[in-house]
Ligand binder design. Structure first.
Ligand code: URA
Length: 440
């Protein structure tokens, strides 16, 4: 078999056989298929799509491309969570400690930033000393002792996804349902948890902007997981507006601490409670209402913040930064992005905010770029709020004035101010399980 013929078949709209998909993933993982041919196939899949069978096969081949972790030696139900990616989405670092404080075991592998979206691993590295690469024994022992550990995708967990993910990031092939479903579910299946909560983002800053497509993605991933014996739930949530007020790695860690100390933004706090409650529910800790109460108690009592500190300490991070977030290094340059006219903010385009934050240095433009942990954006206003002409809508942080000016230029496209307030939209749009789709 030649990879050229597999690319040609997909480019011409053909359906790939299980053997052809396995050949691609094995050859790519072994280094026999070079990045340029993998990129060509990704682009062909992007344009021609894959059916459910092809997507399920791609997922399983990617999951099996490395180790399949067996978490059974850790007692209790292990619950994982994954977001399809957003702007200002720092919920994993809030909900893993909440769930752990409620007795749920969370053994989570997270990704780095992708395109205009941030990644949990990049955010964690903003905490001095924090290790996101642990041996399996250390990872298991932290989960067992503390209840949660979040690490990067280790070398041999779905290595095919790890390499394809980095390639998609720089070849404009991220936002395809089959590629997202297989990427997310391959590493979730390989990571070995008993239950998985998916946060499928939709709206301007999401990879899947259209709601019905997001629901279709949620259904496909839930089906793949259930067919592999996992307990699955997916929430479809809004990503039209950045989540919370902070975008950028250290800025987001500060906001995580704010939420866990009970003084975070309302939208981020609410979505974190809903996600945490669903994780606790998946672990079989009670009815949805009982699980929500447990999550609220863990937040209000400070038990969840304590869990974040314990996890940070166990992974080598300097906890004093979490207790006193003033310690985080501030960017050398700070700019102000102001309202051009007075009125009501009717739109804040998350994708444009994400792109501006990459320009500031908070994300990567190409493989291997370094991240500036202090760079990013703080929203002073959010969609639905009033702004007077000249009032600050956002502050931007970077290492140079050039970056500040470039980002401010990009942000001109991000904000719309109208005379009328926008229609209110729910933060949680739908909940998808094996047998149902509830819309809110
Ligand atoms: N998150 C992933 O893990 N993979 C994707 O393709 C998109 C979001």
């Amino acid at each position: 078999m030649r990879i050229y013929d597999v690319i040609l078949k997909k480019r011409n709209g053909g359906e790939l056989s299980d053997t052809e998909i396995a050949f691609f993933i094995k050859g790519f993982t072994d280094g026999e298929i070079p990045d340029y041919q993998a990129s060509a196939l990704l682009m062909a899949i992007f344009f021609e799509g894959m059916n459910e069978r092809e997507t399920a096969t791609l997922t399983m081949e990617m999951a099996k491309s490395g180790d399949m972790v067996d978490l059974s030696e850790i007692p209790g139900v292990k619950v994982d969570k994954h977001s399809t990616g957003g702007v200002g989405d720092k919920t994993s670092l809030i909900i893993a400690p909440i769930a752990a404080a409620c007795g749920v075991r969370v053994a989570k592998m997270s990704g780095r930033g992708l395109g205009h979206t941030g990644g949990t691993v990049d955010k964690m590295k903003a905490i001095p000393g924090m290790r996101t690469s642990l041996s399996q024994a250390e990872f298991f022992s932290i989960v067992e002792k503390i209840g949660c550990s979040i690490i990067g995708q280790t070398g041999n967990i779905a290595p095919a996804d790890k390499r394809l993910y980095a390639l998609r990031d720089v070849t404009a092939t991220v936002d395809n349902l089959s590629l997202i479903a297989s990427s997310v579910m391959s590493k979730k299946l390989a990571a070995g948890s008993d239950a998985i909560l998916l946060d499928v983002k939709t709206g301007s800053g999401a990879f899947v902007k259209n709601l019905e497509n997001a629901i279709a993605l949620a259904r496909e991933m839930v089906a793949i997981g259930e067919n592999s014996g996992k307990r699955m739930l997916a929430l479809v949530t809004d990503m039209d507006t950045p989540l919370g007020c902070a975008i950028g790695n250290a800025l987001e860690i500060i906001e995580v601490c704010d939420v866990l100390k009970g003084r975070g933004p309302a939208d981020l706090t609410e979505i974190s409670l809903v996600l945490a409650a669903n994780m606790i529910y998946l672990a079989g800790r009670g009815t949805p209402d009982e699980c929500r109460k447990l999550a609220e108690e863990a937040l209000e009592s400070g038990a969840a913040f304590d869990k974040l500190c314990e996890m940070t300490e166990a992974q080598g991070g300097d906890v004093s930064y979490l207790n006193d977030t003033e310690k985080f290094a501030r960017a050398e340059c700070i700019g102000e992005f102001k309202a051009e006219r007075g009125g009501c903010i009717s739109r804040m385009d998350s994708e444009v905010f994400g792109t501006a934050s990459v320009t500031l240095g908070a994300g990567r433009k190409k493989l291997g770029d370094d991240i500036d942990f202090a760079a990013g954006i703080i929203l002073e206003k959010k969609t639905g709020e009033r702004a007077e002409a000249g009032e600050i809508i956002a502050r931007v942080y970077a290492s140079s004035e050039d970056k500040i000016e470039a980002a401010k230029d990009i942000l001109k496209e991000a904000v719309e101010i109208s005379d009328e307030p926008p229609a209110k939209k729910p933060l949680i749009i739908a909940r998808v399980s094996k047998n149902s789709i509830e819309r809110f």
